[in-house]
Ligand binder design. Sequence first.
Ligand SMILES: [Zn+2]
Length: 76
Amino acid sequence: MKLSPNATPLEPADLLIRMHNLVGAAVDVTGRSYGQNSRWTCHGCGYTSGCAVLSLHRGRANEHAAWCRAAYHRLG
Ligand SMILES: [Zn+2]
């Protein structure tokens, strides 16, 4: 299985949580820890969520990381 080259992308200044998907691509939760001010991005498949509260994204990003097998993307 190919491991992702995106295991350690640059950390954004507002990085709150970094997880890794099944092939090691970073899944970053960014924003602020209060209000509807956080989102998450998968550096494996390129998915980016909308803004919501951190407690919601903590679980959703972790759930995504648990099944996503994408190693890299060249979207946008
Ligand atoms: Zn993904």
